[in-house]
Design a protein around this ligand. Structure first.
Ligand SMILES: *Cc1c(COP(=O)(O)O)cnc(C)c1O
Length: 450
């Protein structure tokens, strides 16, 4: 742990409240924001950031917020890790762009090699780089279609894969992601999510029955020979931090093998150490054909990747993939530095420590008579699902109220879930234990005082 390195440019790693949140300076800027920025862009907390580092965000009023959002699972190594910043600035001074499709550079190739090495499976692999998660998901589908010569794409209930036309079609939740934005892309089919807490037959039967429902969709409703890809988040993110029961992902792998379907793991949110494994698929030793990374990959810079078996990846002829900014050299430098930090600082193991510190405390808040119906998650991807006590009826107001109470106390948490009733924690993996402890105290107070 390079604590000294981190401290050099980081704000003090503690919670400091100088004003109410948002404070007067943030509120002033918000007026300008509302007058100039499209209303379709929401915000979790209308504070304006001056500086951020480690697990602390400093706002325009000088408040130090504890960051349990990481800019939606992006800043796993902290918002401005010195090693990442150094490599960004070195690269920016050499050149900022050439377009890899015009003239090439080492960073792109080095990052492809690194991803080929760390993604699940030790078969021959290739990587294509992009800029955003949605773009990478779209490209994974394009690749799978060319590799198989088939049209259909199978996704799950509660899925989130992005906001572009194809990926919003693949996303499950109507409002706000899909409402009014249709018509949608064709040939997208949805199987029920393996959601143990809400599985009609109970959590014990979930793995088997959800896999059976998927098999039925593929074999009897679509036809296995028409399915190009099954795309799954190995732990669902925006849909509610839903951890599939053990046995489900291996069954998906088997089904894909039986029909020559490309198994695509969307590890955009779960990948790169977040869940206490380098990839969430690693936990059960499942090897996808294509693995998608984005969010945490660039240490805050926009970059995404599709990595997979050489045979599938190389099915697309030259010119079929790419983009002007795909694999931007500054983003590649940031990503290589980020992967070094994850490995050097043991952040995969750190995610397991975060789980060990936080999950028991969240579980202690849950119970049949509590508003917290279930606390769940893996590694540093943890959540509480809010329900009416004594039932499983979703209670989105309770989730919103708890999040708002945390925000007032300077702890930045996010709400998610198909029913909007899940409060989720995505701390930077570099968060110091005392800071996590302080944040958990605020969360406990917010839940208990409801
Ligand atoms: C965020 C997310 C995406 C979309 O990534 P963007 O970079 O926002 O386009 C896709 N899949 C999953 C699982 C995500 O969490």
């Amino acid at each position: 742990m390079t604590a000294v390195d981190t401290a050099a440019s980081s704000p003090a790693q503690r919670r400091i409240l100088r004003t109410e949140i948002p404070g007067p300076r943030s509120r002033e800027r918000q007026v300008l924001r509302d007058a100039n920025v499209a209303a379709g862009l929401g915000q979790t907390l209308p504070v304006f950031v001056e500086r951020a580092g480690g697990a602390v965000v400093v706002d325009a009023d000088g408040n130090h917020l504890i960051d349990l959002a990481s800019g939606i699972a992006v800043t796993a190594v902290g918002a401005s890790h010195p090693h990442v910043v150094r490599r960004i600035s070195e690269q920016a001074q050499r050149f900022t762009h050439t377009c890899f499709l015009v003239t090439e550079y080492d960073g792109f190739v080095d990052l492809a090699a690194a991803l080929n090495r760390i993604t699940p499976g030790d078969h021959a692999k290739r990587t294509a780089l992009f800029s955003t998660g949605a773009e990478a998901v779209e490209n994974a589908v394009k690749i799978a279609r060319v590799a198989t010569g088939r049209p259909a794409v199978v996704v799950l209930g509660n899925a989130y894969h992005g906001r572009s036309l194809l990926t919003m079609t693949m996303t499950a939740k109507a409002a706000p992601y899909k409402d009014g934005f249709g018509p949608f892309a064709p040939e997208v089919y949805r199987a029920p999510a393996p959601y143990p807490y809400r599985w009609p037959g109970g959590p014990q039967r979930c793995a088997e029955e959800a896999a059976e429902a998927l098999r039925d969709l593929v074999e009897t409703q679509i036809g296995g020979h028409r399915v190009a890809a099954i795309v799954v988040e190995p732990i669902q993110g925006e849909g509610g931090f839903i951890v599939p029961p053990p046995g489900y992902l291996p069954r998906v792998r088997e089904l894909a093998d039986r029909h020559g379907i490309v198994f695509v793991a969307d590890e955009v949110q779960t990948g790169l150490g977040r869940t206490g494994d380098m990839f969430a698929c690693d936990r059960e030793g499942v090897v996808p054909d294509l693995t998608i990374t984005a969010k945490a990959l660039g240490g805050g810079m926009p970059i995404a990747a599709v990595t997979g078996s050489a045979q599938v990846m190389d099915a697309v002829p030259a010119g079929g993939l790419g983009g002007t900014f795909a694999g931007n050299p500054v983003s590649c430098a940031a990503a290589l530095a980020t992967l070094e930090v994850i490995e050097r600082e043991g952040l995969v193991e750190r995610a397991r420590e975060i789980e060990a510190l936080a999950l028991p405390r969240l579980r202690a808040l849950a119970g049949p008579d509590s508003r917290v119906g279930e606390a769940r998650g893996r590694g540093a991807m943890l959540a509480m699902e809010f329900v009416r006590p004594g039932s499983r009826t979703p209670d989105p107001e309770a989730a919103r109220a708890v999040a708002a109470a945390c925000h007032r106390q300077g702890v930045l948490v996010l709400v998610c879930g198909t029913y909007g009733n899940v409060v989720r924690l995505l701390p930077p993996l570099v968060i110091e234990s005392h800071l996590l402890d302080d944040a958990l105290g605020v969360i406990e107070e917010a839940v208990r005082s409801r």
